[in-house]
Design a protein around this ligand. Sequence first.
Ligand SMILES: Cc1ncc(COP(=O)(O)O)c(C=O)c1O
Length: 438
Amino acid sequence: MTDASSVSNAFWAPFTPMRQFHQQPMMFDSAEGMYYRTPDGRQILDAMAGLWCVNAGHGQASIVQAIQEAAARLDFVSSFKMSHPGAQAMSDALIARAPEGMTRVFFTNSGSEAVDTALKIARAYHQARGDSRRTKFIGRAKGYHGMGFGGLSVSGIGRQKRDFGPLLGEVSHLPLPYDASMRFSAGQPDHGASYAEALAQLLDIQDPGTVAAVIVEPVTGSGGVYPPPVGYLQRLRELCTQHGVLLIFDEVITGFGRVGDNFASQVFGVTPDLMTVAKGLTNGAVPMGGVIVGGAVYEAFMAGPPQVVELMHGYTYSAHPLACAAGLATLRLHQDLEINARVREISSHWQSQALALEGLPHVNDVRSIGLLCAVDLAPRAGAAGMRGADVARHCFEQGVLVRASGDMIVISPPLIISPAQVEQIFECLRRALLVDGI
Ligand SMILES: Cc1ncc(COP(=O)(O)O)c(C=O)c1O
């Protein structure tokens, strides 16, 4: 940990116990490839890809250069009624990688804004078609959709909502498609598609004609890395189509190679109506998010008089020149490094290393897919979260950065990771779990 005197009293960090942070600050002052460096010169293997976002590894020269050039050429231009060439090129590059039929992108500055934008587009789409009864949303247990009021409303993590109500009222939730029979599974569980029938029930309860959209992460991310059972997403798609409900995939984590293709929807063969992206979109180097929109949804907005704004929504920094430059360079780099193929190649090694944790002390479950993994630890009696925090701290002391979310350890490294680095991460975890008193 860094010297406590280096922390400003003015700094209030997100999702952080501040008083503890002031006592034991964790600081990094540079990064390259798979590694962070601390102010005292220690090299730390980044097994979190920053925060699920530095998919192509830190400090990539082509991205740095693209940002520098963009800043020198065009610092800012609004996207309200005007644009710049970088935004056009970025839109084309993104749509070229999107599932077939998804033809437009609306840029935001974060995943949270992307989710709130997608929810607004969903309601406005039904309005535009004269179907104004459709205002309700359906999320899913353990879903994380960012911290805007919309995203928080559809999220399925109660602890995060507790202090901020009232949220959007017209939201219900699907159950998590997971049970004990799927413990210690690698990749998609081969059973459990029938969990999707809960949507048929919910639609029936709500009156399907009042529901605007269903939003799910194709693989639950922050809530605990739960891959969808085989056939589950297909059934959600069928039910949404049948009832005229839009399907939104939140691909903020699963996009850009994390599960072995540009998007999880391509891996699972299910195309949503709207797709939210952020994080890996710019390799984390400049904040950017977006909503990728199906052609039919976009067209529904284009029926009115051409001089009228079709979507009364946007952000000052939508399609910011620096973000577009970083995004374009990132997408090119993904292609040059053949990131998707790399992930597909290494993921079986990843999954077998992950599964080898079964049987170690305190390990209740392990789930993995692509280059994602979550390890559930048994909480200590009367001290929930302490074991997870201690394991993460031990790993950090041994030179590996993993994320503790309560008593769950989450791992999502940059996608350029080598087999030896995969082994280093899991060996470090293994040793931490065997430490006396952990
Ligand atoms: C699936 C998902 N959606 C939305 C968000 C919110 O993104 P941001 O933190 O960029 O607002 C996150 C962040 O982790 C996420 O994982």
